[in-house]
Design a protein around this ligand. Structure first.
Ligand code: URA
Length: 239
């Protein structure tokens, strides 16, 4: 049982700010269990009440989980004075849910970014002690070979820390190479710095998986969708 005021329920469902939803309620647009309710302070059980705005049923959820295919050119912060952020990609109803990105991708990096308002899950996924795997697809200038694979597996020494052993899969080797790399920590510019340490430059980087969650190939850059129950359960394993 989750008791709350009707105006809070509507705001939590993304129907607007507290002020906006109060207007909606007072205008007689909202029914609770079949009756028009004009009292924003009306107390209801969010888990069982049948709440409609006009003829649209609202489903209450404490937390929201979105999978975004982050495009290059936007920053993975909730706010930025200079650049568009990943939250700017969302329609208004999602903007009111206090979502934030779980971890960061560089401005030029594409791919899987989880947006949620579940602070506990985010904290666990980012906890360095849990060693949550993150898999990236990268195009690299220079021929990546077996020697690099072994260096990555041993743990690359960087200026300020030694990276944990990482798994490097070479998909194509040549003047430019195509690889997949799995790392178990999330330090600033980590993948780019690891390649730089072996004398190579990352030309393109895309995160394709994190903690068992795989980027939906049907999502074009800039597109997002809610996680399925199965996907969410994969992430909850890290709790
Ligand atoms: N490593 C990087 O270098 N950049 C990212 O955006 C993510 C991992």
């Amino acid at each position: 049982m989750t008791r709350m005021r009707l105006d809070r329920f509507l705001a939590k469902c993304g129907e607007g700010s507290r002020t906006e939803v109060k207007k909606l309620i007072r205008a007689g647009q909202v029914t609770v269990d079949g009756f028009v309710c004009k009292d924003p302070g009306f107390s209801l059980d969010a888990s069982t009440a049948l709440v409609y705005v006009q003829d649209r049923r609202l489903h209450y959820r404490e937390h929201h989980y979105l999978m975004l295919n982050k495009p290059a050119g936007v920053v993975s912060a909730a706010r930025d004075r200079l650049n568009p952020t990943v939250l700017d990609l969302l329609p208004p109803e999602y903007k009111r849910l206090n979502l934030f990105p779980v971890g960061r991708l560089d401005k030029g990096t594409e791919g899987l970014l989880l947006l949620t308002n579940d602070g506990l899950l985010a904290h666990r996924l980012l906890d360095p002690k849990r060693r949550v795997p993150k898999r990236y697809r990268a195009r690299v200038r220079g021929e990546v070979g077996e020697h690099d694979r072994r260096l990555f597996a041993r743990g690359i020494e960087l200026k300020d820390f030694t990276a944990l052993p990482a798994r490097l899969e070479i998909l194509e080797a040549g003047a430019e190479s195509e690889v997949e790399i799995t790392v178990y920590e999330g330090k600033f510019h980590q993948v780019k710095r690891m390649f730089r340490a072996v004398g190579k430059e990352v030309l393109y980087l895309k995160r394709v998986a994190m903690g068992g969650l795989v980027l939906d190939p049907g999502l074009a850059p800039g597109e997002f969708r809610e996680l399925s129950r199965e996907e969410l359960n994969l992430l909850r394993k890290w709790r």
